[in-house]
Design a binder for this molecule. Structure first.
Ligand code: SAM
Length: 217
């Protein structure tokens, strides 16, 4: 089933959906980065930017924490936040030495200028258009001046209601595909400067993008 307009209750639907698939999502994505050389390159660049200043880095919408752990292994003081309590349980179980907390990017439970950097890896894809400016406002609020922001997302022009996934489990979650220029416009409007843009698999039916931005000093 596909629809373009999110219904009320999208946040609860998203949380329940990822609670349902938490274990199977983790199984599917655990070794995913090993096959994704360009994503690894993006994360390596991000880690290098963070090393310039150091400090805690929030992985918002961290899921089972495999990206958080990848960054941690590269010397980044990364911690994870996710809407889904079941995802956070999995992340804590898989990475017991790292810090993971339940929370929503729509009401990001972090203090002003409290993180050196922030990444949202394929998690902003579930937030409807009209909520994006407020979410990016939170990102700008919590990243300290000069800190980098990394966004990864699916590219396209349509939104789709995903009704099952990760082994056939029921889901009710919107996946919003967006053009990089559109996302970059929102990011600029929130007060960041765009530093770089990477287009992934542009010849594929499911292209992606990674956007590097920075909160001005
Ligand atoms: C496609 S998964 C990506 C997980 C992980 N970042 C990765 O790259 O594998 C999307 C994640 O975003 C989380 N999420 C969705 N909406 C969120 C919100 N409003 N606040 C925090 N996390 C959210 C979901 O619970 C899910 O774990």
């Amino acid at each position: 089933m596909t629809e373009t307009q999110p219904r009320a209750g999208w946040l609860a639907d998203t949380r329940i959906s990822y609670d349902t698939v938490a274990t199977s999502y983790s199984d599917v994505t655990r070794d995913m980065l090993a096959d994704e050389i360009h994503l690894r390159a993006a994360l390596a660049s991000f880690a290098e930017l963070v090393h310039a200043g150091g400090g805690p880095v929030a992985d918002v919408g961290c899921g089972p924490g495999h990206v958080t752990a990848h960054l941690h292994e590269r010397g980044v003081d990364a911690f994870g936040i996710d809407l889904s309590p079941a995802m956070i349980d999995v992340a804590r179980r898989e990475h017991p030495d790292l810090r993971f907390e339940v929370g929503s990017m729509t009401e990001l439970p972090l203090a002003d200028a409290s993180v050196a950097a922030l990444l949202a890896f394929y998690s902003l894809i579930h937030v409807p258009d009209d909520e994006i400016p407020a979410v990016l406002g939170h990102f700008r609020r919590v990243v300290r001046p000069g800190g980098p922001l990394l966004l990864a997302f699916h590219v396209g022009d349509r939104s789709r209601l995903k009704t099952e996934g990760y082994g056939g489990h029921p889901m009710k979650v919107y996946v919003h595909r967006r053009q990089p220029d559109r996302v970059a416009g929102w990011v600029r409007d929130a007060g960041f400067t765009i530093k770089a843009q990477l287009l992934l698999d542009p010849d594929d039916s499911r292209p992606g993008a990674v956007l590097f931005a920075q909160r001005p000093s």
